[in-house]
Design a protein around this ligand. Structure first.
Ligand SMILES: [Zn+2]
Length: 422
């Protein structure tokens, strides 16, 4: 057994070694124990079409449920890099915004005069507001269709993917570093370049038992007289709709909408019933892996750049791994972190993983220092968007163009992403 004094204290020098030395550990691993807020221990996993919950039964009979998938975790983690600050000196990554459309303010005189006519209000409003989306919120990151449909931004990103294809991660790292941290696939662009995630996070619950739910929706149906019922029935038939679907007739909520049979041999089929969460009698665990082999596989245009890229991305990856994100995963699934439930290990190429002490403060300092190299490049990279005067806030806003989005529909994309793990 190791005691506290044996545990490796991770500092800047250690992190630099892991980022650069090829004989370093292959991965860093964080395991967190999570707790349900509700005393019953019942939580609601995500549901998937046809299968319902993703529950696997291991050979020893243990049932394990996915509580938050790798893809979902990445989408929850990436927004931690959004900054409220206008000062680029506070940013860990560029704060790129895409202007999707403009909408009427709803307050100016023109808007007041056209209350019933939103189209006209939109046209005549004098104080239109931009509806924007951060690049950090887009599911496919720098390879997202929205980026492809924003000509000015595409002009930045497309050459960066070209460079990446030739082995230089530097340009993409300067524009959209989180695309390298959380993985990216330029399936709609010209390169088809695909990079693995440096950070992979998943939440699982062990020893679970699925529960079912049933409900009865009571409508006003019983209050209606015979004539009213007949009229509604006739109208529903003419409109080819269902009265219970529109909330006008009583409906039991006992079966899900699936292809599965609701009854088998006259008995209700449990597989088709409405799901009511899972009871967890084992642990709920979040497992985060930082892939150092993939990190050290990235290169820049020279040795100096290679080191800068790896240090920066390691800093960002660890920032993402240690961020205490909110664990309100969905309705019925509010989790929290267990006290002293975090354990970090470094995983060597051979031999046992070794416990390490990785402090969030040290990581924040490391990430900020490593970002400096790229922060200096931003005025050049975002040339035209970056203010010439000192002290003025940069606004990295790029316009989405519907015409470009239409063109995408004609273009043949690489194989659908659904085949990707996670
Ligand atoms: Zn207005």
């Amino acid at each position: 057994m190791s005691n506290a004094t044996d545990v490796l204290q991770v500092n800047e020098r250690v992190l630099n070694d892991w980022a650069t030395k090829s004989d370093g550990p292959v991965a860093l691993r964080l395991r967190q124990r999570l707790l349900p807020v509700e005393e019953s221990g019942i939580i609601f996993p995500p549901t998937y079409a046809d299968i319902g919950y993703n529950i696997d039964t291991l050979s020893d009979g243990t049932c394990v449920a996915t509580i938050d998938s790798v893809g979902s975790q990445a989408n929850r983690l990436e927004p931690i890099f959004k900054s409220e600050s206008k000062a680029a000196s506070d940013w860990l990554v560029p704060q790129i915004e895409i202007v999707i459309r403009q909408e009427a303010c709803g307050q100016c005189q023109a808007c007041q005069e056209n209350v019933g006519d939103p189209k006209k209000a939109n046209k005549e409003c004098k104080k239109k507001r931009d509806v924007t989306r951060s690049l950090l919120d887009l599911a496919h990151r720098a390879a997202d269709a929205v980026v492809q449909s924003s000509p000015e931004l595409r002009k930045l990103v497309a050459p960066a993917f070209k460079k990446l294809q030739k082995g230089d991660a530097g340009p993409l790292c300067a524009i959209a570093p989180t695309s390298l941290v959380f993985g990216v696939w330029d399936s709609r662009g010209d390169t088809g370049e695909k990079r693995p995630r440096l950070v992979r996070s998943i939440i699982r619950a062990w020893h679970v038992e699925p529960l079912h739910a049933a409900a009865q929706f009571n409508s006003i149906w019983k209050l209606l007289d015979e004539g009213q019922r007949e009229e509604l029935k006739k109208e529903a038939k003419a409109k080819k709709t269902d009265l219970s679907e529109k909330g006008l007739a009583d409906a039991p909520a006992t079966f899900r909408k699936t292809k599965l049979q609701q009854y088998r041999d006259g008995s209700p089929n449990p597989e088709a019933r409405v799901l009511g969460g899972v009871r967890v009698s084992g642990a709920i665990e979040r497992e985060v892996t930082v892939n150092l082999v993939a990190l050290r596989g990235l290169r820049g245009e020279n040795d100096g750049e290679t080191t800068a890229i790896r240090k920066y991305l390691l800093g960002l990856a660890l920032r993402a791994a240690t961020a205490d994100i909110e664990l309100f995963l969905r309705e019925g699934c509010l989790l929290r972190y267990a006290e002293n439930g975090d354990t970090w290990h470094k995983v060597p190429r051979r031999g046992d993983p070794e416990a390490i002490d990785l402090q969030p403060d040290a990581i924040a300092k490391y990430a900020t220092a490593a970002a400096e190299h790229f922060r200096k490049k931003w005025p050049d990279v975002f040339n035209g968007k970056w203010p010439k005067e000192e002290g003025k806030a940069p606004e990295l806003r790029y316009e989405f163009d519907l015409k470009e989005a239409k063109k995408l529909l004609e273009k043949k994309a690489a194989e659908e992403e659904t085949a990707q793990p996670g």
